[in-house]
Design a protein around this ligand. Structure first.
Ligand code: SF4
Length: 270
């Protein structure tokens, strides 16, 4: 029998790389262990992403900054904020980012895809992922990923992102055109961090993804064969623990400093 392909998204692979125990809690243990409260920064990110998706769904002649208030209001996710005042302040900040951002976009330029799922396979994995935007520029596809976090990003972040590389690799297959450029669009600062991949650097990231997939399959098989799940999916304590959905159920996470659900938006919401 041929080996079954490991079905994965960038977030599934990234979760295992960050912390195998978090991977187990997210994808293996059923029922899924109880998660902590929703995070305000996730609400903010989802709201902004959906508003931009819907901006591109408008006819080109209506893609203007004055369309944004109704788009953001319609997609605004309210979970995780400390209070209404903080939520309103964050909404105002998000609206400001979006106005600046869309003012720099060509409303007539139709991307190849917006929140577009790209999927492809190797001999080891079946990959699928939803890219925020895939632009068509000079005969090539360009991967665009929106970021709304506090800290800015640089070219090293774009170069090192396995998710962006996998999107580029899959986009080449799906659109049958070259795709080497990946970009992180940081809305709070209005900056773009970019990297030009080569065929070799894309192939390297695909090989790494395959190795991660093989590690995950080996751990899952070991557990199915009776091995200790805690040993096969070890904890990886660090700064991520305070932001981990499973902090309260994880022995290592309980040692980490507690963050309020709104901690990452506190600077925006007053
Ligand atoms: S709390 Fe830390 S060690 Fe535990 S699952 Fe989350 S990231 Fe991993």
């Amino acid at each position: 029998m041929p080996e079954r392909l490991f079905v994965c998204t960038p977030s599934k692979l990234g979760t295992f790389i960050d912390c195998p125990r978090r991977y187990r809690y997210s994808y293996v243990d059923r029922p899924t262990p109880a998660k902590g409260a929703p995070w305000a920064h996730n609400s903010l990110g989802a709201s902004v992403h959906t508003a931009l998706k819907n901006w591109y769904a408008l006819p080109a002649d209506r893609r203007a900054p004055d369309a944004l208030p109704s788009l953001l209001r319609a997609t605004w996710v309210r979970e995780g904020y400390r209070d209404v005042e903080q939520e309103r302040g964050t909404y105002r900040a998000a609206m400001g980012w979006l106005k600046t951002y869309v003012a720099g976009l060509d409303p007539l330029a139709e991307p190849l895809g917006v929140e577009r799922v790209v999927a492809t396979k190797t001999s080891v994995l079946a990959f699928n992922g939803r890219a925020d935007r895939i632009d068509a520029r000079d005969g090539e596809a360009v991967i665009v990923d929106y970021k709304t976090g506090r800290s800015g990003l640089d070219a090293d972040d774009a170069r090192g992102s396995q998710a962006l590389a996998l999107y580029a690799w899959a986009a080449q297959k799906v659109f049958r055109r070259p795709c080497h450029r990946v970009e992180l669009h940081h809305l709070p600062s209005g900056t773009v961090a970019a990297h030009e991949h080569t065929e070799e650097s894309l192939a390297r990231q695909v090989r790494r993804a395959e190795e991660t997939a093989q590690d995950i399959v080996a751990a899952e098989r070991a557990v199915a064969g009776g091995a200790d799940p805690d040993a096969e999916f070890p904890v990886n304590p660090g700064s991520l623990c305070s932001w981990c959905d499973f902090r309260r159920v994880c022995p290592a996470g309980q040692e980490a400093p507690v963050r309020e659900p709104w901690a990452a938006v506190e600077h925006l919401g007053s």
